[in-house]
Design a protein around this ligand. Sequence first.
Ligand SMILES: *[C@@H]1O[C@H](CO)[C@@H](O)[C@H](O)[C@H]1NC(C)=O
Ligand SMILES: *[C@@H]1O[C@H](CO)[C@@H](O)[C@H](O)[C@H]1NC(C)=O
Ligand SMILES: *[C@@H]1O[C@H](CO)[C@@H](O)[C@H](O)[C@H]1NC(C)=O
Ligand SMILES: *[C@@H]1O[C@H](CO)[C@@H](O)[C@H](O)[C@H]1NC(C)=O
Ligand SMILES: *[C@@H]1O[C@H](CO)[C@@H](O)[C@H](O)[C@H]1NC(C)=O
Ligand SMILES: *[C@@H]1O[C@H](CO)[C@@H](O)[C@H](O)[C@H]1NC(C)=O
Ligand SMILES: *[C@@H]1O[C@H](CO)[C@@H](O)[C@H](O)[C@H]1NC(C)=O
Ligand SMILES: *[C@@H]1O[C@H](CO)[C@@H](O)[C@H](O)[C@H]1NC(C)=O
Ligand SMILES: *[C@@H]1O[C@H](CO)[C@@H](O)[C@H](O)[C@H]1NC(C)=O
Ligand SMILES: *[C@@H]1O[C@H](CO)[C@@H](O)[C@H](O)[C@H]1NC(C)=O
Ligand SMILES: *[C@@H]1O[C@H](CO)[C@@H](O)[C@H](O)[C@H]1NC(C)=O
Ligand SMILES: *[C@@H]1O[C@H](CO)[C@@H](O)[C@H](O)[C@H]1NC(C)=O
Length: 401
Amino acid sequence: MPAGGRLLLPGLWLLGGLSCLLAAAGGDRRQVTLQYIPGSNSSSASLLHVRAVGRNDTLHYVWSGIGAPTVLLVYTRSESSALHVNWTKLLSASPAGAIWIEPPGSVVYSTAVVFTKVFEYNGTNASGLSKGQEEPFYPSYDLAGFSWQIVNQTALMAKFQGMNTVDPGGTSHNGTISFQVTAYEEGGRDSPLPRLLHTANSSKVEFIMDSVAPRGNKSRFLLEVVTVEEKGGHKRLQSVRSIDDEYTPTIFEMAQLVSKPRNDSVGPSFFQWKTTAYGSRDASRENAIRCRYYPLQTANRTLPGPSIAHAYFGEGLGRSHSIAAINISFSGEDGEVYAEKGYLSWSALLGFGTPPKDAFSPLVMAIVAVALGTPVVLLLAGALVVLFARRKRRSQYEPIN
Ligand SMILES: *[C@@H]1O[C@H](CO)[C@@H](O)[C@H](O)[C@H]1NC(C)=O
Ligand SMILES: *[C@@H]1O[C@H](CO)[C@@H](O)[C@H](O)[C@H]1NC(C)=O
Ligand SMILES: *[C@@H]1O[C@H](CO)[C@@H](O)[C@H](O)[C@H]1NC(C)=O
Ligand SMILES: *[C@@H]1O[C@H](CO)[C@@H](O)[C@H](O)[C@H]1NC(C)=O
Ligand SMILES: *[C@@H]1O[C@H](CO)[C@@H](O)[C@H](O)[C@H]1NC(C)=O
Ligand SMILES: *[C@@H]1O[C@H](CO)[C@@H](O)[C@H](O)[C@H]1NC(C)=O
Ligand SMILES: *[C@@H]1O[C@H](CO)[C@@H](O)[C@H](O)[C@H]1NC(C)=O
Ligand SMILES: *[C@@H]1O[C@H](CO)[C@@H](O)[C@H](O)[C@H]1NC(C)=O
Ligand SMILES: *[C@@H]1O[C@H](CO)[C@@H](O)[C@H](O)[C@H]1NC(C)=O
Ligand SMILES: *[C@@H]1O[C@H](CO)[C@@H](O)[C@H](O)[C@H]1NC(C)=O
Ligand SMILES: *[C@@H]1O[C@H](CO)[C@@H](O)[C@H](O)[C@H]1NC(C)=O
Ligand SMILES: *[C@@H]1O[C@H](CO)[C@@H](O)[C@H](O)[C@H]1NC(C)=O
């Protein structure tokens, strides 16, 4: 390594470290509590409430498997806003208005993400789906028909596990589909792959399929995600590409749905993911499963019910909200990664504020520095040599007298 590189490197590491420290210091902290709220009767009728209190504001994340697995994100300009539930109403046939935040005037923004369906298709002809061709689909799993229970909970994490009640003897009998939720108190980066960067304004959801028996030996899976935005707002699909894959090896793309709220002074909110899933509990580069997404569907969408989004947004849902839906598929290209271990895990981050963006990692900065530094050092060295040579030449013509 040239001397210039050696000098530049520590400087850049220092700079990188400093910027990380600054980011951590400037990043907001929130006081986060994760509370399990049991319903009146069965354990599947329950809510999970993440309350993240900041300076003069509170973010509420409300998760539930009543109907399709859903998360509500509500941002309030109050440190004391509280979640209220009328359980009788929520579990009735007309749940509109059963979930609300007090005081209602403190709410400045709300959105919802609903995980509606899992599709399974014969992926023998992997190119077919991307070309919009008819793929042989197996009957889909309607996640609203599952019975969801919280099977594991820690201070900032909870796992919803779904049992297929519609088809109890069916192929998914011994398998489970789960959503694992993680809340964060401050900004940072996850240690397991895909090592998503998070803020205190966000929480992570991990979609896990475990031992769901595939119905063909080339089965691929596809998850349908529906989002609800208040009237006047809408979601946009964006792709963020980078040449740096240090944190998520071989993955250079991040996809995100970013809201454009009606009131520009609030938000935005985002739902973002790296274009990869993993085929093992121990996620690694070797068991990465390619994740693709399809165009965001916005025209004439309705939200299939029931879900807590209906309970929160009320009767007008559909008419007075903009609903968008997207399909995300998980397809091992060559190896049958899912078939090997019968496991699939995909992570996404849901949050409020501008979506986190990976900066260049210190290693890549160092490489760039060395690559740029070398010519500079060579130039300097060259200049020195020329200068030195000139001096020397001049000295050769020293007067003899
Ligand atoms: C509780 O569950 C039992 C049996 O499942 C049912 O008969 C009863 O009506 C339920 N009560 C409420 C308040 O939902
Ligand atoms: C919080 O609100 C109070 C009263 O409304 C105000 O005085 C204070 O400056 C606010 N703090 C921040 C950090 O916005
Ligand atoms: C809850 O909802 C039920 C049914 O809509 C209603 O009769 C009842 O008054 C509500 N309870 C409260 C405390 O609002
Ligand atoms: C696979 O798809 C291609 C077009 O994408 C088509 O030409 C080909 O016939 C298909 N193969 C099978 C076995 O269906
Ligand atoms: C619950 O989660 C913790 C932390 O992720 C994990 O160590 C433990 O094995 C989990 N327990 C079950 C029953 O899944
Ligand atoms: C479920 O597991 C049991 C024993 O673990 C096995 O006998 C049965 O065949 C499995 N069913 C399916 C549908 O895989
Ligand atoms: C999957 O599709 C291929 C051709 O595209 C076909 O040969 C194969 O039989 C299909 N498998 C199943 C289980 O449907
Ligand atoms: C896929 O299944 C078919 C029919 O069950 C079988 O003939 C074929 O050998 C299987 N292929 C692989 C790669 O397991
Ligand atoms: C946007 O939100 C801010 C803060 O809540 C509020 O002061 C402003 O009136 C809102 N603007 C519109 C057009 O609703
Ligand atoms: C949406 O619905 C309206 C009225 O039902 C219809 O006229 C329009 O063609 C639909 N648009 C699309 C893209 O399906
Ligand atoms: C997702 O794919 C399934 C199967 O092709 C389709 O029925 C559904 O409409 C798609 N949803 C979206 C949002 O594209
Ligand atoms: C989190 O949300 C608060 C409130 O809108 C905002 O001031 C802050 O910048 C956000 N933090 C990040 C890291 O996006």
